[in-house]
Write a protein that binds this ligand. Sequence first.
Ligand SMILES: Cc1cc2nc3c(=O)[nH]c(=O)nc-3n(C[C@H](O)[C@H](O)[C@H](O)COP(=O)(O)O)c2cc1C
Length: 191
Amino acid sequence: MKVLHIDASALGAHSVSRNLTAAIVAEFVRTHPNAEVTYRDVHAAPLPHWAMPAADAGTTVGDEVMDEFLAADVVVIGAPMYNFSITSSLKAWIDRIAVAGKTFRYTSAGPEGLAVGKKVIIASTRGGIYSAGSPAAGMDFQEPYLRAVFGFLGVTDLEFVRAEGLALGDEHKTKSIDSAVAGIGGLANAA
Ligand SMILES: Cc1cc2nc3c(=O)[nH]c(=O)nc-3n(C[C@H](O)[C@H](O)[C@H](O)COP(=O)(O)O)c2cc1C
């Protein structure tokens, strides 16, 4: 089993999503001792913004990123909410993996996702509360966006491990992280 681990938080050791992705990957390694993990930190090593192939000439980073994604059976992504969406560092990664002819194609019947058979797990973190039914639910352009992108690429097995309300006080933060961590065990067992 190949596991691709992506982190995007700028908060280093204080990051909740980094702790959650590490715990998710550790759970996969514990339950699948043959797991091979590839790690990419798109904050520490930002990807160049997508450019015309000629402007990108001489770099292989786009190919590497695509190869890592295509090879992975399980993709674990830390996705903090920044200004109601994902970090620009993670968006630059998505711009490298959403490529016509590789991970999707257009047919006469419409678009078709080609990245089938993967499990994608997203550790979603946010300072406020945006879950369904909350007053700010309509301002969530993070989880619905990720659902749309991975659905478009053909991923049907998509799970969110969510810790939200992280800016609402220590008690709320602890409860939210504990409940996110509690959901991790079942994820790896089901893979
Ligand atoms: C630049 C920036 C923008 C943010 N924008 C939002 C936001 O729009 N909504 C929100 O609820 N939290 C926002 N936050 C709070 C983060 O989502 C929160 O700190 C979360 O824990 C970040 O994930 P991390 O702990 O893995 O870094 C923002 C944080 C930063 C640094």
